[in-house]
Design a protein around this ligand. Structure first.
Ligand code: TMP
Length: 221
């Protein structure tokens, strides 16, 4: 099973992935949690370049290809071998992030993005994509407090420094994708408490994938 998690900065997806992973583990699944960019050794170096606020002069195309390079290595090293070994892969961001951040928000043509995906990802598609939907004003506030509290490094703040309008385009881009692919996307309201969001995710996973996750914090526990 391949499940991806998407959403604007500060939407809480990274925290929820850990909980969802623990829940899969409790239910006997062999689970791998991974992320883009930066889950491989090479990817970590690419991530540092992509998120460094000093790199504000990066061209949109350079950004697009670096995300593609990170993904190619990630698929090669982590995602494809794990899926082939029968594991459940929970991935923090995937191709939809490129379609939305580099496409909808930066303005790169969808055809180019789709062409790159067809080369890098071929026909691999997530079985389910969980979209954490949130007002960017709230998300950015949370993201900035994570930076202030040191939970996230200031060396990774290039996207947090984009204007609110950029993040609004990201949100709208995600919602448009979810509207176009209703069977793949599960949209959760990320403004709820962590418990509410987690409950929504677990029941969504059970309904959509026809499985029966039970465990701590789920309504089925
Ligand atoms: P995160 O790991 O904290 O979510 O940060 C990754 C950042 O990279 C986030 O701002 C979204 C951005 N991003 C893209 O712009 N395009 C992509 O394809 C991916 C995977 C992430």
């Amino acid at each position: 099973m391949f499940i991806t998690f998407e959403g604007i900065e500060g939407s809480g997806k990274t925290t929820q992935i850990e909980r969802v992973s623990a829940c899969f583990d409790e239910n006997g699944y062999d689970t791998v949690v991974t992320r883009e960019p930066g889950d491989t050794l090479i990817g970590k170096k690419i991530r540092a370049i992509l998120l460094d606020p000093d790199n504000r002069g990066m061209s949109d195309l350079c950004e697009l290809f670096l995300y593609g390079a990170d993904r190619a290595q990630h698929l090669f090293e982590v995602v494809v071998p794990s899926l082939n070994a029968g594991k459940t892969v929970l991935c923090d961001r995937f191709t939809d992030a490129t379609t939305v951040y580099q496409g909808a928000a930066r303005g790169i043509a969808r055809e180019l993005i789709d062409t790159i995906h067809s080369v890098v990802v071929k026909d691999l598609r997530p079985d389910l994509t969980i979209l954490f939907d949130l007002d960017p004003a709230i998300g950015l506030e949370r993201a900035f407090s994570a930076l202030e509290d040191g939970e996230r490094s200031v060396d990774e703040a290039r996207f947090e420094q984009e204007a609110l309008g950029f993040h609004q385009q990201v949100r709208q881009g995600y919602l448009a994708l979810a509207g176009a692919e209703k069977e793949r996307f599960l949209v959760v309201d990320a403004s709820g408490t962590p418990e509410q969001v987690f409950g929504e995710i677990v029941s969504g996973i059970n309904n959509r994938l026809g499985i029966d996750l039970r465990g701590k914090g789920t309504s089925a526990s």
